[in-house]
Design a binder for this molecule. Structure first.
Ligand SMILES: C[S@@+](CC[C@H](N)C(=O)[O-])C[C@H]1O[C@@H](n2cnc3c(N)ncnc32)[C@H](O)[C@@H]1O
Length: 388
């Protein structure tokens, strides 16, 4: 038999706690003639069980019911559910710390933080030494700062050789040009990549063009092509960010951007680029949209991850109205616009994959190609021709 101080020592609890338990009816010491209480091994075991139940999140009252065999199943089920939620939260916190130490993936964390606190996320990335270009590449491509350098090296290995960096075709671009309600004099082509649209516009008009991209290597190639084609005199290349364009308000009468506005967000692009236009100036942008109100689970899951802000045509049109534009025309890019992008991409992947079997950039691109092959029609690229 144990005196209360001995029991306290055995259980690793204070005497006051045990007195409190006694008062709550959780312990039942045998009172001696001298007034002291004595406790048995049975009480030690009861205390042990009590501590286990408390660690499981049960209140003292619930512990008492359990020890008195009066516990209701539903109470235990509720506590179990709470415990599972706590564990999942702790596991997430642990995964984050491990990933920040370079063990494991940061994908989910970047994605969640970018949704919940985009500015804080960007500031944090900048503090980690990422510039804006890299931060945007991280958001749209590598999705994990620990994998970023390798991912981008692989990505550029795939894309550097390709002409088009997004779906598009000459026929579709010329169609947009043909419906412009003005004859532009000065066009800015934003996110021009290697400049398919820039060269096409230069060839089919007499306008002055400023071609902007933040990837210098793409502009260098564009520069070479323009010189070869004798189109370089009317085109200026500008390595700048679409989020901070170094041009005065009303510098252009046409903003052109194929497959690039999503990078800063279409709504933001509409808002930020509109002041660049002269009165009655026009904007031509293409954007990935849902073509059905009821896409397959597969396509929905894929684009939720890759382009969470993907909208229906109706929703985009409403945003364009809201941003102060008049809708001149809009049409869905042809099948050819997709095949001209994906067929060379597929061939390039097949060529590189044997030497890069574990590349995340290649795996992601293959997933995108599979989604295009299985579900094109549920989504598409829409060309929007707008007037300020
Ligand atoms: C999907 S590609 C489209 C390229 C081109 N319009 C085409 O259809 O081939 C997006 C382009 O935006 C460029 N880009 C990405 N972030 C940018 C930024 N912040 N400012 C300017 N260009 C950017 C990329 O380098 C790339 O060339």
């Amino acid at each position: 038999m144990y005196r209360i101080s001995e029991l306290a020592q055995k259980a690793g609890l204070s005497r006051t706690t045990l007195l409190y338990y006694e008062k709550q009816g959780l312990l039942h010491g045998t009172r001696q003639a001298n007034g002291y209480r004595l406790y048995s091994d049975n009480d030690v075991q009861r205390l042990h069980l009590l501590q286990q139940l408390q660690a499981g999140g049960l209140t003292l009252k619930e512990c008492k019911s359990f020890l008195d065999s009066k516990m209701e199943r539903v109470v235990l089920e509720k506590r179990l559910q709470q415990l599972d939620e706590d564990i999942a939260q702790k596991q997430q916190a642990r995964d984050l710390l491990a990933a920040l130490l370079g063990e494991g993936s940061l994908r989910l964390w970047h994605q969640q933080t970018d949704t919940l606190a985009p500015d804080a996320h960007l500031d944090w990335l900048k503090q980690q030494g990422f510039n804006e270009q890299q931060a945007l590449q991280l958001k749209w491509l590598s999705k994990d700062m620990n994998e970023h350098d390798q991912y981008m090296a692989d990505f550029m290995k795939v894309f550097q050789r390709l002409e088009r960096w997004g779906p598009g075709s000459d026929t579709d671009s010329l169609k947009a040009l043909s419906v412009l309600p003005i004859t532009p004099q000065r066009i800015i082509d934003i996110g021009c990549g290697k400049g398919f649209s820039t060269r096409l516009l230069a060839k089919h008009t007499q306008v002055e063009i400023v071609a902007v991209d933040n990837e210098q290597s793409a502009l260098d190639e564009l520069g070479e092509r323009l010189t070869e084609q004798g189109l370089d005199t009317r085109v200026t290349l500008s390595c700048a960010s679409m989020t901070e364009l170094p041009f005065a308000p009303e510098s252009f009468d046409c903003v052109w951007s194929e497959g690039s506005a999503y990078i800063m967000g279409v709504e933001q692009a509409l808002k930020q680029w509109r002041p660049l236009l002269k009165e009655n100036g026009c904007m031509v942008i293409s954007d990935l949209v849902w073509l059905t109100g009821n896409p397959s689970q597969d396509a929905k899951a894929f684009w939720k991850n890759e382009y969470p802000d993907m909208q229906t045509i109706g929703k985009r049109l409403a945003q364009m109205h809201q941003a102060g534009f008049e809708i001149v025309d809009h049409f869905t890019l042809s099948e050819q616009a997709w095949s001209q992008y994906y067929q060379p991409l597929k061939a390039r992947i097949a060529q590189l994959k044997p030497d890069m079997p574990d590349s995340a950039a290649i795996a992601d691109t293959e997933r995108e190609i599979a989604c295009y092959e299985q579900h094109l029609g549920e989504f598409g690229y829409e060309m929007f021709v707008l007037k300020r």
